[in-house]
Write a protein that binds this ligand. Structure first.
Ligand SMILES: *Cc1c(COP(=O)(O)O)cnc(C)c1O
Length: 420
């Protein structure tokens, strides 16, 4: 018997969160895209939707147990106005440089709820952190001495948590940041010894507050996230035995992913919520003073942003349609597939015809103006038939967009950024 012929199903992108008006025009922050483009005054630009940011934080709070603290990891999107908006919604901001620290402080974030992680913190940055009164997630024993000296100099406590490089990893992550030898954190097996040093420096102003574990990023498998959170908790509990003071802060990391590529679906929060509730219950008994924190970057902001460029040329090469846009890899490295992807896949994207009612669709590629074949925003996607002057939109662009791109490459103008 032969197998029945199953029609080949093409995988689809998860639906984007931006609505359209009655005429089918895309709305960003409630504004028609054509109007927004004119308001911005240039393409290319990034636009972030305040309503979607607010809704995402509210959904997460509603889904997760009460008392779990939400931190925004601002390296995902450091635009000052966006950080300010997020600071009003979340419980804390995680920064990864003194530059980000400055933005977070200017945004009005409470210094007590700012934490500073990252390898290679320079002495001056550690001094800035102590002066600001933020929590430093210490990555090596060297930082402890520098922090104690800053504390002495300033007459202020140096608040520290130890960032731990766990002996496990977050399975199925876009980027792995723990397990095995890593530049991040202190190897779990070395932590008890470092905790002794923290205790010895308590008289010099070092104030121990807890642990930070971050196992990985861009994960869409709830079970893998739950497993990493559980293992992180167990590890922190073991390490707390050697701590010089009670654990007040336990950052279990994040890693919540968003659907970028065809076939991917949104993360299921229900099991993550159950898991966190169970850990919270245990923490009440084991680590009575500890706040449980998760830190998320792209999950908060990724789906709330679009990258918009304009078609400069339409060309057909050996039967394939290329829409050549004024934006590309230099503003949006991630969407070009060159920021951590192994096999290039398309972000969700669309062509938005301007000034005419276009009903035809066609397979087309959106490319940028750079002289490299890597400058590809959409590879042979079925989209509205595009022409010169039309707008192109890349969705899922709120995280690791402008700030993670080589803007100077080839000397084109920079992208504008607005929050609407
Ligand atoms: C990059 C990073 C994050 C944010 O990761 P997302 O995938 O954007 O959620 C959080 N914490 C640390 C320590 C990071 O390095």
């Amino acid at each position: 018997m032969s197998e029945p012929i199953v029609p080949k199903r093409t995988l689809e992108h998860a639906p984007v969160l931006f609505p359209r008006d009655a005429n089918g025009e895309l709305l960003v922050g409630g504004q028609r895209l054509s109007v927004l483009a004119e308001r911005v005054g240039q393409t290319p630009f990034y636009a972030y939707d305040r309503g979607l940011l607010t809704a995402r934080v509210a959904e997460l709070r509603a889904a997760l147990p009460q008392g779990i603290e939400l931190h925004y990891a601002m390296k995902a999107n450091p635009m000052p106005a966006l950080v300010q908006w997020m600071a009003g919604l979340v419980d804390g901001i995680d920064v990864a440089s003194a530059g980000e620290l400055q933005v977070a402080l200017n945004a009005g974030a409470d210094p007590h709820e700012i934490s500073f992680a990252g390898p290679g913190k320079r002495d001056i940055e550690l001094g800035q952190a102590v002066a600001a009164g933020v929590l430093v997630n210490v990555e090596t024993a060297r930082e402890l001495k520098v922090l104690a000296a800053a504390s002495q100099r300033l007459g202020l406590p140096a608040r520290v948590a130890l960032r731990v490089n766990p002996d496990f990893e977050l399975k199925g992550s876009g980027m792995r940041m723990s397990g095995g030898p890593k530049q991040f954190g202190i190897d779990a097996e070395a932590v008890p010894e470092v905790l002794t040093q923290v205790g010895a420096l308590a008289g010099d102003g070092l104030a121990f507050e807890g642990f930070h574990l971050f196992a990985g990023s861009q994960n869409l498998k709830a079970e893998a996230i739950c497993e990493a959170q559980q293992k992180s908790y167990e590890l922190a509990l073991r390490l707390a035995d050697s701590a010089p003071a009670p654990v007040k802060f336990l950052n279990l990391g994040g890693g919540f992913g968003i659907p970028y590529f065809p076939g991917e679906t949104r993360l299921n929060l229900a099991s993550i919520s159950d898991n966190l509730a169970a850990l919270q219950q245990r923490a009440r008994a084991d680590l009575a003073q500890a706040k449980l924190v998760i830190e998320l970057g792209r999950y908060f902001v990724g789906e709330a942003g679009v990258y918009v460029s304009r078609v400069v040329d339409r060309k057909i090469s050996r039967g394939q349609v290329f829409l050549v846009a004024d934006g590309g890899l230099h503003h949006h490295l991630s969407a070009s597939g060159n920021f951590g992807q192994v096999v290039r896949k398309n972000y969700p994207a669309s062509v938005e015809p301007q000034g005419r009612n276009e009903t035809a669709t066609e397979p087309a590629s959106i490319v940028g103006p750079l002289c490299t074949p890597l400058d590809l925003l959409a590879d042979r996607m079925e989209m509205a038939r595009g022409d010169v002057g039309d707008l192109t939109v890349v969705y899922q662009s709120g995280a690791y967009g402008r700030s993670a791109s080589p803007e100077g490459f080839l000397g084109h103008p920079s992208a504008a950024e607005v929050i609407v």
